[in-house]
Design a protein around this ligand. Sequence first.
Ligand code: AMP
Length: 309
Amino acid sequence: MATRWIATLSEMNRFTAEVRSHAKSLALVPTMGALHEGHLSLVRRAKIQCDVIVVSIFVNPTQFGPTEDFARYPRSPEKDLELLRSLGVDVVFAPSSTEIYPAGFATFIDPGHIATVFEGAIRPTHFRGVATVVLKLFNIVRPDIALFGQKDFQQVVVIRRLVEDLNLPVGILVCPIVREADGLAKSSRNLYLNAEDRKAALLLSRSLEGAEEMAQAGEGDAQKLLEEMRKTFDAEPRVQLDYAAIVNPATLQPVAQVIPGSVALVAARLGTVRLIDNLIFSPQGSTPELKLQLALTTQEADEKSSATL
Ligand code: AMP
């Protein structure tokens, strides 16, 4: 089947109804386009799980703050379509802003406390915009499963809460972070980095790798691990650290002691470019999938457990 480009809700509704009438399973991969291997890994995983794959491309204005990069966010629809065609995606759903937010639009989802810390502290309306558009996409596309990347860990926590709290009939599948050969997490925003900043950006993944090595060597004190992470950044004035934290993956509350499944979060600015990255602590030799399983099954109470790596 050829890849279809759908831009309107009415056409998308017709397509969804047709898929349902044939009792086929449907996966949705929500993206903002400017696709790279990180996005494509979600599509490949979706293809293993479902009969029909819809990838949405929508640069969602409500998740950008007034001083953020909405207008200059990279857009490459032709190249994206080519990539998705080569993977055999059934539909690229690329609505306009007015299709998603027609005149009079007024209702937003408030994701609560988890949307106010870390990324939410720096970008106060970000997760409200994310949760609102994701719920709209779920209602429009009506997927059986939707796939998200670990790269945006806080987003995963917000979406999983949304699905649980509002009893949404959709399964959430989380896929590991895809990295460049040198360790930098792939991101559409890496395109903005000049050569010097591109080199300096490696500090994000290096600081996380350093913390992982220390933890696997037996250091369980989160403060000590964070001190080492912060030191990595002190040596490079091109990088301004926004935050480094080690948290319980369910609540995003900082932990005192690292256990398998605890997550280290970092965010830093290089000039006007903001980058984020994270790492799930786990016993040595754990696969990326096992790490995700540890993080996504950790309960609030586990933070009091005395288990070590
Ligand atoms: P975005 O286009 O940035 O909104 O991202 C769309 C989806 O791709 C989100 O679920 C992201 O978490 C995921 N994603 C982005 N970068 C990566 C990456 N490097 N590895 C895995 N997933 C990613």
